[in-house]
Design a protein around this ligand. Sequence first.
Ligand SMILES: *[C@@H]1O[C@H](CO)[C@@H](O)[C@H](O)[C@H]1NC(C)=O
Ligand SMILES: *[C@@H]1O[C@H](CO)[C@@H](O)[C@H](O)[C@H]1NC(C)=O
Ligand SMILES: [Ca+2]
Length: 227
Amino acid sequence: MINKNIAVGVIVLLGLVGVYSTDEDGLGGKVLVFPYETNFSFVKLIPDKAMSLQAFTLCMRVATELEGERQFILFAYRTPEYDELNVWREKDGSLSFDLRGDGVSFRLPLLSTFRTSLCLTWESQTGLAAFWVDGRRSTYQVYKRGHTIRPEGTILLGQDADEHLGGLESVQSFVGEITDLHMWDYVLTRSQIQALHYGHKISRGNVFDWATIQYQLNGTVLVVDDD
Ligand SMILES: *[C@@H]1O[C@H](CO)[C@@H](O)[C@H](O)[C@H]1NC(C)=O
Ligand SMILES: *[C@@H]1O[C@H](CO)[C@@H](O)[C@H](O)[C@H]1NC(C)=O
Ligand SMILES: [Ca+2]
């Protein structure tokens, strides 16, 4: 009898802890659905290591019905004064990214209502940058040789913040689905990127791993099973 009461007490306590914790852990087998245009819905991601980066690989699967003359954000990492790493779909359908300043854009197959597996790789020493679409690499471009991405900012999916969690604009918001987001602080090889595209296990993302990712939801973003 006493044991049972203790057990109930512990469960109630755990329930309360659950209610008051805001960080959630892990999205394995789940998809984030951003159902409509807003200036308040976003997912804040908490990285597993400081975002002081001289190289990275950022991957996600993405689907959207947005098209035409509409720019939208795919990933936004900002420190107080600067956009450190923003990834965009531009008005003309190209994909671009920027590291503190003017970006570089790539002509690629258009994102669509069907999932695209998308990776972006960049490395400071050579400046080599490329997007990877369904395991295929774009032409390299050389961008921001010698640059370092700085730590201690805020990472958002769904919105581009022009100031800390502010200056959000509906016309730049993301509408669609994002899943399987992973990030490494180094450049993966072609065979690793292809393996990831086909859903094989590769070494886990040391900045983000979708299965254990820490995140906070705001506004209307649904977490649904990936059926
Ligand atoms: C969202 O838009 C409304 C109306 O334009 C504006 O008042 C508000 O400040 C915006 N919110 C953010 C977080 O930028
Ligand atoms: C978070 O979402 C709510 C609506 O659910 C909105 O009122 C609030 O402004 C959002 N927060 C930010 C920082 O945009
Ligand atoms: Ca903006």
